[in-house]
Design a protein around this ligand. Structure first.
Ligand code: PRT
Ligand code: MG
Length: 217
């Protein structure tokens, strides 16, 4: 068992977009997570397995060695912190952006200019706190775990900090994106102890993933 390599992934876009990279490394997952209830998925390599965890739990699994490596959004990684995690690669998958959005009838620029105190609802409190601190904007943060779009519509907050991809969710809720905080993509994270103990196997995966990425400009 101690030569087993465990990769933590979350179901959905991260799983789906990691599959081509695994394939490039010669690894095929033998079960479809959308059809199976299993949380541990075998691969065509007896010593490589995939564990399915919540997206926000991937850094935790890798940090504490429940998995040797994992794929996680930069958003999740920043919120979790990078202690004990080696981050060799930007995989350039599950791309989106972290943005500030408000109701279309809310004059964000004027409020910021006036030095008003903004009430901001978000799941990403670290990113939001750092962003507004750098701008010198005073904020009261309201922590939410989902459906952030609802907050400005119900008067819970003036603004939200959330991930935006197509912008359709904002549009459907009459919200407008007023600032882009950062571009987001998913990262490969590796447990630092595993990197030493299982160096050759982990190196092989990093190199294969790296070779399969669009060439760096
Ligand atoms: O869903 P669950 O609560 O289990 O966890 P999760 O939401 O953290 O996982 P998942 O699989 O939805 O997202 C995993 C990672 O994908 C995130 O951490 C991001 O790095 C990345 N990603 C890429 C996205 C999006 N695109 C995205 N569009 N994560 C979420 N969204 C959501 C966004 O929050 C908003 O509600 O999609 C909605 C906006 O989409 P558009 O296309 O309407 O703009
Ligand atoms: Mg989600």
């Amino acid at each position: 068992m101690n030569n087993m390599l465990t990769l933590a992934l979350s179901k959905g876009r991260i799983f789906d977009e990691t599959m081509p990279l695994l394939k490039a490394a010669g690894i095929e997952v033998l079960e479809d997570p959308e059809k199976s209830r299993k949380l541990i998925l075998p691969t065509n390599h007896a010593n490589v397995r995939v564990v399915l965890v919540r997206a926000s739990d991937v850094p935790t699994y890798v940090q504490y060695g429940g998995a040797d490596l994992g794929v996680t959004g930069l958003d999740t990684l920043i919120e979790h912190g990078t202690d004990g995690l080696y981050q060799p690669l930007d995989l350039q998958i599950a791309k989106c952006r972290m943005s500030v959005a408000v109701r279309s009838d809310f004059d964000y620029a004027a409020m910021v200019k006036q030095g008003a105190r903004l009430k901001v609802a978000t799941k990403y409190t670290t990113i939001a706190r750092d962003f507004f601190a750098t701008k010198g904007v005073h904020v009261d943060l309201v922590k939410l775990y989902g459906s952030m779009e609802l907050a400005p519509l119900t008067g819970l907050a003036d603004a939200i900090v959330d991930l935006v991809s197509t912008g359709n969710t904002l549009k459907a809720n009459h919200l407008v994106e007023v600032e882009r905080i950062m571009d987001i993509s998913s990262r490969l994270v590796v447990n630092q102890a595993a990197l030493k103990m299982k160096q050759a196997d982990i190196r092989r995966i990093i190199d294969a993933f790296s070779a399969a990425l669009p060439a760096a400009k």
